[in-house]
Design a binder for this molecule. Sequence first.
Ligand SMILES: Cc1cc2nc3c(=O)[nH]c(=O)nc-3n(C[C@H](O)[C@H](O)[C@H](O)COP(=O)(O)O)c2cc1C
Length: 178
Amino acid sequence: MPDMTFPDVITAIHQRKSVRKYSDAAVPESVLDDLIYCATCAPTGNNRQPWRFVVINDPATLSACAEIIPAGKMLLSCKQAIVFCVEFENELLRFYGWLDASAAVENLLLAAQAHGIGGVWLGVAPRIERIKAISALLELPPNIEPMAVVALGFPAETATRKRKPKPAQIWKNRWGNP
Ligand SMILES: Cc1cc2nc3c(=O)[nH]c(=O)nc-3n(C[C@H](O)[C@H](O)[C@H](O)COP(=O)(O)O)c2cc1C
């Protein structure tokens, strides 16, 4: 992993924005490894750690993913994406797996921000047709399903935050109680 100083976590959270345009440079393997390790540091129900990862860096497979995810056209120009998958044995663990994998995606996006890498979460679950199409594309075994795809790259756009202001009021103990 390159020797670099990272911003603190609060700064990374405040600065993270979805990035959908990337330079031509690929993200180094060592950085991808660290991003995936950070993803696996997320909280997980019963410490099950059901997340599984498929890194895609083959242009034809990235293009095929872009066909499956209508708002995923940035996959046509990015050099790599990570498919967050979930391993599960029953329907309850499937839902828990989505929660666990969602926490892992956010960890990865924040870690990417800290590394100077841009990324965007592309929704797969709970859309059955996308789950089926990506499972077929990646030849996933029956007990593994894709939950999300994250496109990654060095940012070629400056995303500006348009988040709503902080909530005007936070209630205490009961809704409406200041
Ligand atoms: C479940 C989920 C699915 C998403 N799917 C897409 C997508 O298909 N395409 C896309 O460009 N962004 C997608 N996003 C990113 C959101 O559009 C983005 O997070 C939102 O607009 C807020 O912007 P920000 O991430 O820059 O704060 C998705 C985000 C989530 C959490």
